[in-house]
Structure formats: structure tokens, C-alpha cells
Design a protein around this ligand. Structure first.
Ligand SMILES: [Ca+2]
Ligand SMILES: [Ca+2]
Length: 629
């Protein structure tokens, strides 16, 4: 345990953040409530005459709001509904991307070289992304008091009272619940030390949990992290590879190392394709049809109006919801079927807005995936990956809710198959092939590491003994877990630190080749090794930067906002390609690369990590930029 256990909003005094554990009864609760309310009125009231000139001379700014701009204020904590949308990057600089969510999960992963584009046409402020994209990583607390046991995920489903503070490079999440005998503070970060680029560019994230027992009874506490094998995250193993989890132990760390191995004989395992629907009948005999968009039956493709072009039908007939005019709407639903292949392929064309026109997959009553066209009437072969639903009852639904432009959908030839629509790339070249490690930074008494949890993966199984290796060549990804059991006397607290490290080297053009971090570390175990060797130093330096930045008379709001920009270096907006050259998009996934008119007025790179700025000047501005073409 560190000597410096203060909460993020305390002066650095011994003892874990007093406010965390007092806030429900003390002044902290008042501050918290005020923070959760709508923004205060800043100006007004106004009449229309105030705007006869573009900028009114009297802006009617309230005195209280003006004062708040210069007052020191208090650190901002996020609670309630806002937790669903807030996030903060917590990976190393230029090592891909992972965000901490408001309730302490890790999400928004972009380490698998998928080229994640987060822009949704500029509507993020109005429609923030939900924090629902994850890879199955989770942390769970088990507490036992006098024979009574409670098991709780460390997220919104496990705790009623959660608050979040983003103070890049450190994110803080506090967990409390009336029914839980202990309280938890999470400090999430990747080692961060201004001027030290390499020490701030580790392909890993630390999840440091401090657990305190405020009750009058001793509590046995177990904390565990679990992760299904995350390799081939997007491409899947498709029967061609075996997921392999192996327990890894060294002084100061216990982990599960995740890899894949090539498996021979894929073709022999593929079951024959099943044509579910070819739409060659003149009626919809296997479908329930509502509305006017779909007519009385599949249409003859050759009879479609010329302006639709060649829709790419297989056979004579297709589903096409244009029906003479996009104003028609309708829904058609298939008979139920049992999922017994890895993929559902279909030809899909028409409008691209999947909220209005789509082929939907329902498992039970829930829509689990949608496919849409590409604003092109020529249908393309699209696929649902359904291996995880094998054995479940499903239906397909073709929806046209649009009355406007591109308000139609075309569908044909639905096939259940074990083979992907296009043959997968060789295993060793896939962007999502690499390795990861989940570890607890501890090897002592009470520490456990399990390569594969028992099937069913119930959280109570997390804390049971298990095998040292686990393998699977089916779609089921074996779930590894690490954790520790400790005892806390009344008033006592303890810290358990976990980390997740990664290495996915197959990053490819159009934007650069490879990753600099993958040249520095031959595997995620090497990165985890370095963390385990220097963890005390890395934590102290990151924490020292955090405290130094906030040791100021400047307002908290200003300090938060001026340093938040630096977090861009830990997102997919920035990368270092093979050889270490720095590259920055102009925006989020658009308009390359390291362009002078954006990056030469960015201040934090030059001041916090001047080595990166020198690369931009020497290798880009005065290097590549002077080369012809
Ligand atoms: Ca057909
Ligand atoms: Ca329509």
C-alpha cells in the first residue's frame, strides 16, 4: 500500500479520501447534490429587443456566474444519468484506445486495429454514445461478514451510489451501497510522466482499487477481474484457430495470458450451408407481412423500374420495398428458426439508415443486430455473426419505416453458413491477432489466477480454483480470472491493483504500418513485466503529476478543461507507427495527417511531451512535407 492514499479531491493527507466515506452524511453530500442539478442560470432574462444588435451591449450575466469563473471552486464529480455517457481515455499514449466509463468499466476499445471511427456526423454533443461497447472485461467484489455473502459487479449494476471524476491522466470512481459492507475507490490510469514519453506510452491500463471497511465487524473481501479470450475480437476464430488462456506468475504479479493458435482442418468442420429463403415464390409463404411496402410477394427483378439499376438479384425474384414509391412503409417477419450455423448471410441493398430501413435479427424478442444498404439499390452480401446465439430461437425482420429519400430496402437469398462471406485472412496477418494479459499486481497469499472459469461463467465461480491452461476451438471464448482474498478489520483499508496489457502489431496502411509500442515490447507479458517491476514508481509519478497540477489557486473547472486536451494523445486520434513516427488525425478519424494547420498550434504536445513535437517538426514538417508527391 502507498503512503499517499488521499482521495482525488483531498489534500494529500494520510488515510483514504475522507470525503468518499463521509459524503452520505456530511457536507460532501450537499456538494454532490448541487453538482447533479442542471447548470445554473448564467445570464438573462432577455427580450427580443436585446438581439436587435448581434451582440447585446448588456449581456445580463449574473454576478454569481461571473464570480464562479474566478473562484477556486470544488472538483467536479459526475453522478446519476450522466454516468451513462461520460468517459475518459486511460490507455498509454499512442497505443490504441480504451476509455474508463462513468461507472468504472473499460469500453470504447480501439486496440484491435479496426480503424474505429467514432464520428457520427458531428452529433455527439446532442447524442452522446452509450458506453456499451466492451470486450467482456469486468471486476467483481465479494464481501463476507459473519457467514453472510454479497457479490457485486464493480459497475452500475452492483452499486447504487457511484460517482466519477475525470482528471486526466487519472480517473476516479467511487462505489458505495447501503447493502454492501465495504466501500471502494477506483483509480484508473496508465503511467503518465511529463517529458518521459516512453514511460507514458505503455500499452496497458491500471485499475487500482482501494477497499475500506467502515463497519464494526471484520469483513472478508475478494476482488477479481475476468476477461474472455479477446484475441480475434472482430474476425472470430471461425474454427481456424484455438483460443488459449495460460496462467502466468512472477514475483509481484499473477496473470492470465491470452493468445490464439492455428488449428488445422477448418473445412472439415464446416457444416453444409442451408438456404433459408431464396424469395423465388410469388407469395411470402414463410413470412408475416404488414404495411404496403412489400406488395403481395417477392417482385420479379427484371420488372423493377430502370432507375433502380441492376439490384443484383439471385434467381428471378427479390424483396424490394420501393413498390413504385419510397413513401410506402411496412414490416415483414420470418417464421422462427433455430440458429445452428456461425453466420447468416443475405443480399441487402437500398437506404443506409439502419434506424429506418434494415434487415434485423431477433433473438427471442430482442433485436440483436441490423444490416442496411449503402444508399445503393445494388444488393451486397452482408452477414450476421451468430455463433454466440447457437441453439437459440431467432427470427428475421425486414423493415421499411422511411417515407423519404432512400426509404427502401432490397433483400434476397438468405443463407445459414459456417463459412464467412469472404475467406478470412491468414491468422498471422489479421489486425486483431495479437496477445493480451490481465493481471493482479500481487503474487502473495490469497492471490488466485484461473485460465478458464467453469462453463456458465457465473460470478460466484470467479473465486473458485481452476485450471492453469484453457483452450477452445469453438466460438466459446474461455474466460480467465485473477484476484485476491483479504481480511479487513473494522476501519481498515487495503489496495489491490490490476492491469490489462495488449499487443496487436498488425496495423496497416492507409495510415502507417505497425506500432512503435509493438517494437518496444515483444508481447503483452513484457509490458506487464515492466509495470510489475516499476509499479510503485509509475503510480507515484502519475499521482504526483495529478497533485501538482491541482496544487493551484486557479479554478478547478479551468484546470480540468486545460489538461483534458492532452488526453487526445491516448486516443485513436494519435498513433506512432513503425519506427516511432508520430501521426495525428486532424479530427476524430478524419482528415490526415499531422497537418500543420492543426498540429502546429496544439500546445500540450510541445510542452508536456516535447519529444513528440520534435518528431513532428523534424520528420514531418521539415521531412516528409518537403518530399515530392
Ligand atoms: Ca431470389
Ligand atoms: Ca419506404
Amino acid at each position: 500500500m502507498s503512503n499517499c492514499n488521499c482521495g482525488p479531491n483531498d489534500d494529500c493527507k494520510p488515510g483514504l479520501g475522507r470525503r468518499l466515506f463521509l459524503r452520505n452524511t456530511g457536507a460532501g453530500a450537499v456538494a454532490l447534490t448541487a453538482m447533479g442539478k442542471a447548470l445554473p442560470v448564467m445570464a438573462g432574462p432577455f427580450a427580443s429587443t436585446d438581439f436587435e444588435k448581434l451582440v447585446p451591449a448588456d449581456k445580463k450575466l449574473t454576478a454569481a456566474w461571473l464570480r464562479s469563473l474566478t473562484e477556486r471552486g470544488t472538483p467536479e464529480w459526475v453522478v446519476g444519468e450522466d454516468l451513462k455517457h461520460i468517459g475518459m481515455p486511460v490507455g498509454g499514449l499512442c497505443c490504441g484506445q480504451v476509455y474508463l466509463s462513468g461507472d468504472g468499466r473499460l469500453w470504447h476499445w480501439d486496440i484491435f486495429n479496426a480503424g474505429l471511427i467514432t464520428s457520427t456526423q458531428g452529433t455527439h454533443y446532442a447524442n452522446p454514445m452509450p458506453t456499451d461497447q466492451d470486450i467482456g472485461l469486468g471486476f467483481t467484489l465479494r464481501a463476507r461478514v459473519a457467514g453472510k455473502e454479497t457479490i457485486r459487479p464493480l459497475d452500475r449494476t452492483g452499486f447504487s451510489d457511484i460517482r466519477f471524476r475525470g482528471a486526466y491522466p487519472m480517473g476516479f470512481v467511487e462505489y458505495a451501497d447501503d447493502g454492501c459492507p465495504v466501500q471502494v475507490l477506483l483509480e484508473a490510469f496508465s503511467p503518465f510522466s511529463p517529458l518521459e514519453v516512453d514511460d507514458s506510452s505503455l500499452p496497458l491500463t491500471v485499475m487500482r482499487y482501494t477497499v475500506r471497511n467502515p463497519s464494526k465487524k471484520p469483513v472478508e473481501v475478494s476482488l477479481a477481474g475476468q476477461l474472455p479470450n479477446p484475441i480475434l475480437q472482430n474476425s472470430g476464430n471461425g474454427g481456424a484457430a484455438e483460443f488459449v488462456n495460460t496462467v502466468w506468475r512472477r514475483k509481484g504479479a499473477t496473470g492470465v495470458h491470452y493468445t490464439v493458435e492455428k488449428k488445422e482442418g477448418e473445412a472439415a468442420e464446416a457444416r453444409p450451408d442451408v438456404v433459408f429463403e431464396d424469395f423465388e415464390s410469388d407469395t411470402y409463404e414463410n413470412w408475416t407481412v404488414e404495411g404496403t411496402a412489400f406488395g403481395a410477394g417477392p417482385v420479379v427483378a427484371a420488372a423493377l423500374p430502370d432507375y433502380q439499376g441492376d439490384v443484383g438479384a439471385q434467381g428471378q425474384r427479390v424483396v424490394n420495398s420501393h413498390n413504385g414509391n419510397d413513401v410506402h412503409v411496412g414490416v415483414m417477419t420470418s417464421k422462427p428458426f433455430t440458429i445452428d450455423r456461425r453466420y447468416i448471410h443475405a443480399l441487402v441493398g437500398g437506404g443506409s439508415n439502419a434506424e429506418q430501413t434494415s434487415l434485423q435479427l431477433l433473438v427471442g424478442e430482442k433485436v440483436v443486430a441490423k444490416l442496411a444498404g449503402k444508399n445503393n439499390n445494388t444488393m451486397q452480401r452482408e452477414s450476421f455473426r451468430v455463433e454466440k446465439y447457437e441453439g437459440q430461437t431467432a427470427r428475421l425482420r425486414i423493415v421499411d419505416e422511411s417515407t423519404g429519400g432512400w426509404g427502401n430496402i432490397g433483400v434476397d437469398h438468405i443463407v445459414f453458413s459456417d463459412r464467412p462471406a469472404t475467406p478470412p485472412e491468414p491468422l498471422d496477418q489479421r489486425p486483431d491477432n495479437g496477445d493480451m494479459t490481465l493481471a493482479i499486481l500481487d503474487h502473495g497469499e490469497g492471490v488466485f489466477g484461473v485460465a478458464g472459469l467453469p462453463e456458465g461463467n457465473e460470478r460466484k465461480n470467479l473465486f473458485a480454483a481452476g485450471p492453469e491452461t484453457a483452450r477452445s476451438s469453438t466460438f466459446v471464448r474461455p474466460v480467465g480470472a485473477v484476484g485476491k482474498t483479504i481480511s479487513l478489520e473494522p476501519g481498515e483499508e487495503a489496495t489491490l491493483s490490476f492491469s490489462i496489457a495488449w499487443r496487436f502489431a498488425n496495423h496497416r496502411p492507409p495510415v502507417g504500418t505497425g506500432h512503435y509500442y509493438a517494437e518496444r515490447f515483444a508481447s503483452s507479458l513484457e509490458a506487464m513485466d515492466q509495470l510489475a517491476n516499476r509499479y510503485g514508481e509509475f503510480y507515484a509519478r502519475t499521482r504526483l503529476w495529478h497533485e501538482t497540477w491541482y496544487d493551484s489557486t486557479l479554478p478547478h473547472w479551468l484546470l480540468d478543461r486545460t489538461f483534458t486536451n492532452t488526453s487526445t494523445l491516448a486516443t485513436s486520434t494519435c498513433l506512432r507507427m513503425e519506427g516511432g513516427r508520430f501521426y495525428g488525425w486532424e479530427g476524430v478519424g478524419c482528415c490526415g495527417g499531422t497537418c500543420l494547420h492543426v498540429w502546429h498550434y496544439a500546445q500540450s504536445v510541445g510542452r508536456v511531451f516535447p519529444e513528440l513535437e520534435r518528431i513532428t517538426r523534424e520528420r514531418v514538417d521539415y521531412g516528409l512535407a518537403y518530399q515530392p508527391g
